[in-house]
Ligand binder design. Structure first.
Ligand code: FAD
Length: 433
């Protein structure tokens, strides 16, 4: 019996898809991918496109982890800002990395069209609204995005934002027409089906338990069998175990929460836009209307990986705080997922000291970055390009062990306090801390 997905909006609106067998024999391939989230599926897709023979091992089901339960926002960029990136890479390196992140968005779009994926519902537009008054700051951002990246952002006045988002919490906003939102689980299931159709071997409920070096490559062991491969790519995200000690000590699993409401009558009295919405707090809210009358709402980050008993109530309160007119809303489902963060907040894409390729650490910005990771890893394996080197400044830094967790949680609380402080001065112009 195949294991089921956890209860999410996405599971409730899943496209038809096959269940894949568990590994029960030995196979010889060029590339063995460990992890069937979007990083693993993108790597498998790109390797197959280069004529490589691929096997993918997934502990649970395809996109069972973060890739099948996230907000579905697809935007350029990374989990950290351009200035932080440039500090390690210099301006030219940061610009090249930004361009890769844009390519990631484009590949997702192309895959949806090329593979004619069912029920992925790509919908254009992401609106970022601020909770303090700073028209000049946002207008400067529009000009900067155009100058630095040639990117288009539209400035929205407070009136325009309030027409779309009927909440006193918001001031001005930026609308990104090139970003979009979609159904990430159906996208991942579609990629999986295309991998299988192209001859890729997918094994579900098949956790890789050991990797041993051998002449010309590696042997990857799972309960029912073995994969002999020239290359191994670890794509285990926030669910990374001790398969590679170097990878395990270089990331922190961070949980984040989502909620789906029951249908809401006249939802436009609160949210009156087909765009997805995010505020600009450091771990702020992000949400969108789905099925025309429900809200899919995400927020919170924590180093506590077990779900709190009152997860649904925590999230319900966040909605009602922003939209008091929805105080009677009913919760249909609430869930969490684990993201993988490196201390430098950038993806970790490269090779471990054991010689294993890895593509992890996508944080809360994984839809485009997992995608471009798959491409640059495949290019490196096929000897086609060395674009992977652009990520080399963001290596497998130690996560700080238990102190790393404490530091992350403390930083989050500090940032929350700074956000609250900024909003308290909401009516003062330029109230940035
Ligand atoms: C609630 C939530 C909301 C988010 N919202 C957004 C958003 O709106 N936009 C955005 O860009 N990003 C978002 N993110 C981040 C994004 O979802 C992740 O960055 C991305 O999905 C990571 O993909 P992945 O393939 O690295 O990891 P995952 O999708 O977590 O996949 C890793 C897989 O590896 C498997 N695995 C682990 N160890 C083994 C093993 N030993 N053997 C076999 N399999 C193994 C796991 O079972 C898992 O399925 C969100 C994340 C969460 C949790």
């Amino acid at each position: 019996m195949p294991e089921s997905y956890i209860d999410t909006y996405y599971r409730r609106s899943m496209a038809d898809h096959p269940a894949y067998p568990t590994l029960s024999a030995s196979h010889q391939v060029d590339v063995c991918v460990v992890g069937g989230g979007l990083a693993g599926l993108s790597t498998a897709t790109e390797c197959l496109q280069r004529g490589l023979k691929v096997a993918l091992l997934e502990r649970h089901r395809i996109a069972w982890g973060a890739s099948g339960r996230n907000g579905g926002f697809v935007t350029a960029g990374y989990a950290t800002g351009h200035a932080q990136i440039a500090r390690r890479t210099g301006e030219a390196g940061a610009k090249a990395l930004h361009d890769l992140s844009v390519e990631g968005v484009r590949i997702v779009r192309e895959n949806i069209d090329r593979l004619d994926l069912a029920r992925v519902n790509p919908t254009p537009g992401i609106l970022r609204a601020i909770r303090y008054d700073d028209a000049a700051g946002l207008q400067a951002e529009v000009a900067e995005a155009k100058r630095k990246f040639g990117a288009t952002l539209h400035y929205l006045s407070r009136e325009s934002v309030q027409e779309k988002l009927k909440s006193k919490a918001y001031f001005q906003g930026l609308y990104s027409p090139d970003a979009f939102h979609f159904h990430p689980l159906n996208y991942a299931l579609g990629l999986g089906a295309a991998v299988a159709q192209k001859g890729g071997l997918i094994f579900e409920q098949s956790p890789a338990t050991a990797i041993a070096r051998k002449a010309g490559g590696f042997t990857v062991t799972a309960a029912g069998g073995k994969i002999e491969a020239g290359h191994v790519v670890l794509c285990s995200g926030g669910y990374t175990d001790r398969l590679s000690p170097a990878l395990h000590r270089a990331y922190l699993p961070i949980a984040t929460y989502m909620l789906l409401t029951e249908p809401i009558a006249d939802i436009a009295r609160a949210i009156n836009t087909p765009a997805a919405v995010a505020d600009d707090r450091r771990a702020g809210d992000y949400y969108r209307v789905v099925d025309g009358n429900r809200i899919l709402w995400g927020g919170c980050i924590t180093t506590r990986t077990a779900d709190p008993a009152n997860l649904a109530e925590i999230m319900r309160r966040r909605i009602v705080d922003t939209y008091p007119q929805l105080r009677d809303l009913k919760v249909a489902a609430a869930w969490s997922g684990l993201m993988s963060y490196a201390r430098h907040l950038m993806p970790q894409i490269g090779r471990t000291p054991e010689g294993l390729w890895h593509a992890t650490g996508f944080g809360g910005h994984g839809m485009n970055t997992t995608t471009i990771a798959g491409r640059v890893v495949a290019e490196a394996i096929a000897g086609e390009s060395d674009r992977i080197k652009l990520y080399a400044p963001f290596g497998l830094d130690w996560n700080g062990g238990p102190f790393g967790r404490i530091a992350v949680q403390a930083t989050y609380w500090y940032l929350q306090a700074m956000d609250a402080w900024r909003e308290k001065g909401a009516h003062k112009p330029h109230a940035r801390p």
